[in-house]
Design a protein around this ligand. Structure first.
Ligand SMILES: NC(=O)c1ccc[n+]([C@@H]2O[C@H](COP(=O)([O-])OP(=O)(O)OC[C@H]3O[C@@H](n4cnc5c(N)ncnc54)[C@H](OP(=O)(O)O)[C@@H]3O)[C@@H](O)[C@H]2O)c1
Length: 305
């Protein structure tokens, strides 16, 4: 069986079918056939061919799909995550990729990641901060340790990695930082207090960076996905939230990967991915009080009985 899920969505196809003959292919990678008119796509202004990228969280559902998508778009990727075996297996099937085992919460390992990526790739054009953890349960029964752990992985580590990468990005070609947040980073959700806070923080930092990094010509792009059937829930610190979360009805990791690559190619400032995320955020924008009331009613029903 192919190690890669197949790219199924129309968005994925349109985002990945831009392959030229010089882009190598792995037998496991999805192939979208003929090269379409990438260059003619309105608003697109970044060519990923030959771009040098760091991708964190590469061993996870969204990370694996994004590694494949970046490689298919012609980028060379330094893959980072803690699981050495998974990372090396991924590197062997991802054209042009190198595995750099990294715990992003370690300052030394972050430094080594950037140094090794520069040594292997000869520079840096794209940093995708994708690694993340979740914790599903209410604040009242949570702990300081959980808040700090979630903030460490989802906020402090990506921003400190970006601090190290920035001087290299500033010397890169059409450089950008891509921060993978969540719809919980635009609307705080019950049972996701620490996670929501960490993703809000990441989005807030990204907005501030946009103005600051402009002088280095480094773009800052944010990705705001809704529920994705990625295996994310297998890695949560806490799992005692009560709603019926139907991840299997969410997006595929390929959909998200397609959205990430499309955002990079078109230099989209913020990309909300998933019907349910778009619907919720739009409803909340126009009817914030009603949204809060409906959410609170649902929580009371779940937790009072
Ligand atoms: N799935 C969803 O519904 C959803 C929705 C919105 C946003 N997101 C966001 O999308 C991103 C990817 O999530 P996913 O769904 O693909 O989840 P996942 O399958 O659990 O992947 C998480 C990735 O993060 C890595 N990671 C965790 N802690 C790390 C650390 N200390 N150092 C280095 N790497 C670390 C894991 O690798 P190792 O364990 O090998 O280190 C893994 O590669 C996350 O930022 C998540 O918040 C997910």
């Amino acid at each position: 069986m192919s190690p890669w899920p197949q790219f199924s969505s129309v968005a994925a196809r349109s985002a990945y079918s831009g392959q030229s003959s010089e882009i190598p292919h792995s037998p496991g990678l999805a192939n979208f056939g003929e090269r379409p008119a990438w260059d003619k796509l309105i608003g697109m202004n970044r060519d990923l061919r030959g771009k040098r990228a760091i991708l964190t969280g590469a061993t996870g559902g969204i990370g694996r799909a994004t590694a494949a998508a970046l490689a298919q778009a012609g980028a060379r990727v330094a893959l980072a995550a803690r699981n050495v075996e998974k990372l090396q297996a991924l590197a062997t099937i991802t054209p042009g990729a190198v595995a750099i085992p990294t715990d992003i919460t370690s300052a030394d390992e972050r430094r080594r990641l950037v140094e090794n990526a520069i040594a292997e790739l000869g520079g840096l054009d794209i940093l995708v901060n994708n690694a993340g953890i979740g914790s599903w349960g209410h604040f009242a029964s949570s702990s300081e340790e959980i808040v700090r752990q979630v903030m460490e992985v989802n906020f402090f580590s990506p921003i400190e990695l970006t601090r190290l990468a920035l001087p290299h990005l500033a010397n890169g070609v059409e450089p950008c930082v891509v921060n993978v947040a969540s719809m919980c980073g635009r609307k705080g959700m019950p049972a996701w207090p620490e996670y929501s806070a960490s993703k809000f923080a990441l989005l807030g930092m990204s907005e501030a960076w946009r103005g600051e990094f402009a002088r280095f010509d480094v773009d800052v792009l944010t990705i705001v996905p809704g529920m994705t059937d990625s295996g994310f829930r297998d890695n949560w610190i806490r799992t005692d939230g009560k709603a019926d979360l139907q991840f299997e009805k969410g997006m595929t990791p390929m959909d998200v990967a397609a959205g990430i690559v499309e955002a990079i190619a078109r230099n989209r400032t913020e990309t909300v991915l998933g019907k349910e995320a778009r619907r919720l955020l739009r409803f909340n924008k126009f009817f914030p009080r009603l949204t809060n009331r409906l959410i609170a009613r649902k929580v009371k029903r779940l937790y009072v009985e």
